[in-house]
Design a protein around this ligand. Structure first.
Ligand SMILES: NC(=O)C1=CN([C@@H]2O[C@H](COP(=O)(O)OP(=O)(O)OC[C@H]3O[C@@H](n4cnc5c(N)ncnc54)[C@H](OP(=O)(O)O)[C@@H]3O)[C@@H](O)[C@H]2O)C=CC1
Ligand SMILES: N[C@@H](CCC(=O)OP(=O)(O)O)C(=O)O
Length: 417
């Protein structure tokens, strides 16, 4: 175990979390569910305190000139706090992954082999200025028997401090150990300590944009599960139904522009006859279009697109548009520019759908459905701790099973080899 003195910002929290993790891994489901219910009740009861702290964060963000779409991620109201508490209650209803037998067999020598799910241990999460993530992450870690080291954004720190205080008080009343949920200091140096905390932290899950992920790639000495930017695409095939295409494209782009699963680029087969109508619908919805020559010829007001547009995760009411010769050209574009988060196809042709789903190498592929569905809640996982865009140890929305590892339990009867 490394020297805790090398971790002046997070060492004390990491030690408490390490001790808590040893208790949490053994807790029966009903105890964890009772704690989740207590956390949910406490959040609703103490909503005024939470909103007062959140107002300070929101005012500071606005004073800093933060765009309203970003402030919206940070802002809580009574309805959103109730929603966050409800997400905890949803976790109660979900099966506890700990102890699940992934694989089991009796070996020819009579040994019973069972591969069972076990908690990861201490999970560090670095995440964006969305206070709901504080609660979702704490709840998911608790239900899966893990201790959580939460390093939220500096711009949400006042809100997170109250949320974690409310949740830890509820946990303590429910008899859970201190250290089950720890909020880390919100400065950048604490991220560096977390990434170097071998022996204290079992895995770090960074949720954020390019700067965070690059730092993780360069510095991490602990195992990480990377989430990543969402440069998501919608491809409209020649076989697409016009109404379906319009609904899926509009929802993918405009439902909530500031999140990673909103669409950034529209690829349209050159034989799609309703391109002008589709682009007009986007423009009518307030979307600024950045297109290639064919897109610019279809309707007025489309700005010229460059490679920068194909590469950009706008997170705003902007969308890049490219007209492609065929489906392979769409796949080529996606292979070149996608961040591997979510791509969608709108098509009626079964062969086009099969070619697209086989050809795209991303965490999620939507068929005639909005990119906005890549979400733990929408997938029925209760919540998500992030959306992994890497291939190990899990890909896509990370729910409860993804917060576990496995142990082989091998039972004999005095067997020797
Ligand atoms: N796939 C997924 O699950 C998710 C993806 N995202 C992606 O994140 C981006 C938007 O989120 P945004 O809020 O702007 O994310 P940021 O990357 O700006 O911030 C996320 C967190 O990372 C921290 N951070 C950022 N850069 C560094 C760094 N160099 N060193 C240490 N810590 C750092 C921030 O801390 P600080 O407060 O100090 O800035 C914050 O806590 C988008 O690209 C979105 O797609 C976001 C969430 C989930
Ligand atoms: N799962 C979320 C989007 C993922 C997410 O958290 O993204 P972000 O807002 O970029 O932090 C949702 O569907 O709203």
């Amino acid at each position: 175990m490394p020297d805790v003195a090398a971790l002046p910002l997070i060492g004390a929290s990491a030690l408490r979390a390490r001790a808590a993790a040893r208790v949490l891994r053994t807790l029966p489901t009903d105890v964890k569910d009772g704690a989740l219910a207590a956390m949910a009740d406490a959040l609703v009861e103490r909503v005024d305190e939470i909103l007062a702290a959140n107002a300070l964060d929101v005012n500071a963000a606005r004073a800093d000139g933060t765009p309203e779409s970003t402030v919206d991620r940070l802002r809580l109201d009574a309805g959103r706090v109730a929603g966050v508490a409800e997400a905890l209650r949803t976790l109660i209803a979900l099966p506890d992954p700990v102890g699940d037998v992934v694989r089991g067999s009796r070996l020819p020598n009579g040994l019973e082999l069972r591969q069972v799910r076990v908690p990861l241990g201490v999970v560090g999460i670095v995440y964006e200025a969305r206070p709901n993530v504080t609660v979702d992450a704490a709840g998911l870690c608790l239900k899966s028997g893990n201790a959580a080291l939460l390093r939220g954004s500096a711009s949400a720190h006042r809100t997170n401090t109250v949320l974690v205080a409310v949740m830890t008080e509820a946990l303590s009343k429910a008899g859970l150990p201190e250290g089950s949920i720890e909020l880390l200091p919100a400065d950048r140096a604490s991220v560096g300590e977390l990434l170097g905390a071998r022996g204290f932290v079992d895995v770090v899950i960074p949720r954020g944009g390019g700067s965070l992920i690059q730092r993780v790639v360069n510095e991490a000495k602990v195992p990480v599960i990377e989430t990543g930017e969402g440069n998501c695409h919608v491809y409209v095939d020649a076989s697409a139904d016009p109404a379906t295409a319009e609904a899926v494209v509009l929802n993918s782009k405009t439902h909530r522009v500031s999140v990673c699963n909103s669409a950034e680029t529209l690829l349209v087969h050159r034989d799609v006859p309703f391109l002008p109508r589709l682009l007009a619908a986007l423009a009518d919805a307030g979307v600024t279009l950045h297109g290639d020559e064919a897109a610019r010829a279809a309707v007025d007001g489309v700005l010229p697109a460059t490679d920068e547009d194909w590469a950009t995760e706008y997170l705003s009411m902007d969308m890049a548009v490219r007209v492609v010769d065929d489906l392979p050209a769409a796949l080529d574009h996606i292979a070149r520019w996608s961040t591997g988060h979510t791509e969608a196809i709108v098509a009626d042709s079964a062969s086009a759908i099969a070619a697209f789903t086989a050809g795209v190498d991303s965490a999620a592929v939507m068929v005639n459905a909005s990119t906005r569905f890549t979400d733990g809640g929408e997938f029925g996982f209760g919540a998500e701790i992030g959306i992994s865009t890497q291939k190990l140890h899990a890909r896509g929305p990370l729910g409860l099973p993804e917060l576990t590892s496995t142990t082989y339990v091998v039972t004999g009867n005095g067997h020797v080899r």
